[in-house]
Design a protein around this ligand. Structure first.
Ligand code: NOJ
Length: 526
């Protein structure tokens, strides 16, 4: 069974994990120092958000050189040292790959800007103004405002699905594809185990550049971008040729993984596995980020996802990332424990986000400290509260940096840190450790089948089965005690509980009683 099926991925946001050189921003040397922590936590692979040379308009998602390391983070030698150390610890290393757009300072874009005749002009998406003047169509940038910026010197607009500093590459141009595929080879030759592909579903746009239709369901609480339905600006049929090509390149090297960042409804999402599964190994499943935190809603989602997967398509689950409110911020701190159990016991590859093991929530960031460009345009959607520094110990700045961190720590960092949590047997951190250890040990959890058992009140229960091994997971999504009548579970052994009940105890009655916010993993008898 391949490592990316069996294993657990952990996302590191490099600016915020560990500072190694005392400038208040995390870097590769700092991360390297913390690898033993990750190995001991029990994860299998580290996915590193971008560390490439970048003006940092979007904190690394504006790449100026795909084959280097930004001096803020280190250099290629430090990268090699990090990769070697990860390998020595048995950890895989997955890099971010940002193909939809470059930085406006990428040499390719500078050439593209130079003139309409430049051979690289067509590496980006240039259009004439609309007949009466103004942008070529109504497409919107994800961070607010139009997706087109006018370039007076050449009299055309260029497309940017994100900031104007992030011009979109033209993926209909075979030269762009070839150059980008070489980037993947560059990193795989350096030992990288795979890629998380940024905004994979957006690489190809409508060939006719038709206007996106107005979204009748938009309300002012939603991002500006959602005023339109992205019918023509994203998720075009031809993108699947690109996905298949990316996969072929990744398959040139053994045992590599292709993960796609895809925010789409379920039925569109699963198309990214590709025909005959020749697309992404793991189209990221972000559905838990958007589902109401209730037993019935989550149960319905898991069933729908399991049913929608193509034959042989391997599932995956995500609870938090650097773009969304963390799970503890959404579901509350008590439920973060239930969420941890859900994430690590569902069928498929889990991705953990750094800091979730501390129960970090929405860390308040004062207006004057806001860094995120989206947060500057649309404060309600600012991503800084999910990107604050990791809190390691009780030393200065929670052991993250000797200098003032680039974003604030959570106010309770003196008690909420890895060192303190490590000493507390009941901490969320230690719950994660036990869950990850159990998942690794039990084939039913890392490889077995999944079937729903019950949705009753605030309880969602399911089973995992591999051969003769059968485990039952029962989760209480509510703050009230719950009781589930299951005579078949009488005598079952408690393998793990989020609420500290005795492990190894057996259930005496025909009713399974769950404490408020409790999740249990049981091993039924017989
Ligand atoms: C998705 C990334 O996760 C996000 O952080 C970034 O701003 C956009 N893509 C643009 O690259």
């Amino acid at each position: 069974m391949s490592w990316w099926r069996r294993g657990v991925i952990y996302q590191v946001y490099p600016r915020s994990f560990q500072d190694g050189d005392g400038d208040g921003v995390g870097d590769l040397a700092g991360l390297r120092r913390r690898l033993p922590y990750l190995a001991e936590l029990g994860i299998d692979a580290v996915w590193l958000s971008p560390v490439f040379p970048s003006p940092m308009a979007d904190f690394g998602y504006d790449v100026a050189d795909y084959c280097g390391i930004d001096p803020l983070f280190g250099d290629l030698d430090q990268f090699d040292a990090l990769a070697a150390e990860a390998r020595a610890l048995g950890l895989k290393l997955v890099m971010d790959f940002v193909p939809n757009h470059t930085s406006e300072r990428h040499p390719w874009f500078l050439e593209s800007l130079a003139s309409r005749e430049n051979p690289r002009r067509d590496w980006y998406v240039w259009r004439d103004p609309a007949p009466g003047g103004g942008p070529p169509n109504n497409w919107l940038s994800s961070f607010g405002g139009p997706a087109w910026t006018y370039h007076p010197a050449s009299g055309q607009y260029y497309l940017h699905s994100y900031l104007r500093e992030q011009p979109d590459l033209n993926w209909r141009n075979p030269r762009v594809r070839a150059a980008m595929y070489d980037v993947l080879r560059f990193w795989m030759r350096r030992g990288v185990d795979g890629f998380r592909v940024d905004v994979l579903w957006r690489l190809i746009k409508d060939a006719q550049f038709r206007d996106d239709p107005v979204n009748p369901a938009w309300t002012p609480e939603r991002p500006q971008e959602e005023r339109l339905l992205p019918l023509f600006s994203a998720d075009q049929a031809e993108v699947h040729d690109v996905v298949a090509e990316l996969r072929q390149v990744v398959d040139e090297f053994p045992d590599r993984v292709l993960i796609g960042e895809i925010y789409l409804p379920l039925e569109r999402l699963v198309t990214y596995y590709g025909r005959d599964l020749a697309g992404a190994h793991l189209p990221f499943n972000f559905l838990l980020l958007e589902t109401a935190w209730r037993a019935d809603a989550v149960a319905a989602l898991v069933e729908a996802y399991e049913a929608a997967l193509p034959d042989g398509g391997w599932p995956n689950w995500v609870l938090s990332n650097h773009d969304r409110v963390r799970v503890s911020g959404r579901a509350g701190e008590r439920q973060a424990r239930v969420a941890a159990m859900l994430l690590t016991t569902l069928r498929g590859t889990p991705t953990l986000y750094y800091g979730d093991e501390l129960g970090l929530g929405r860390v308040p960031v004062p207006a004057e400290a806001v860094q995120d460009p989206w947060g500057k345009n649309e404060p309600a959607f600012g991503r800084d509260p999910s990107r604050t520094p990791m809190q390691w110990d009780v030393s200065i700045n929670a052991g993250f940096s000797m200098a003032e961190p680039w974003l604030p720590l959570s106010a309770d960092w003196r008690t909420r840190n890895i060192m303190t949590a490590g000493d507390d047997p009941g901490s969320l951190l230690n719950l994660y450790r036990r869950l990850l250890a159990l998942r690794r040990e039990r084939p039913a959890l890392h490889a077995g089948g999944w079937a729903p058992l019950a949705v009753a009140g605030e309880v969602f229960a399911f089973e995992r089965r591999a051969g003769a091994e059968r485990l039952v997971v029962a989760l209480n999504f509510g703050a009230e005690p719950q009781r589930l009548h299951r005579p078949d579970l009488a005598g079952a052994r408690v393998l793990l509980s989020t609420a500290g009940r005795d492990e190894g105890a057996t259930l005496a009655e025909p009713d399974l009683r769950l404490a408020p916010d409790e999740g249990v993993i049981l091993e039924p008898v017989g």
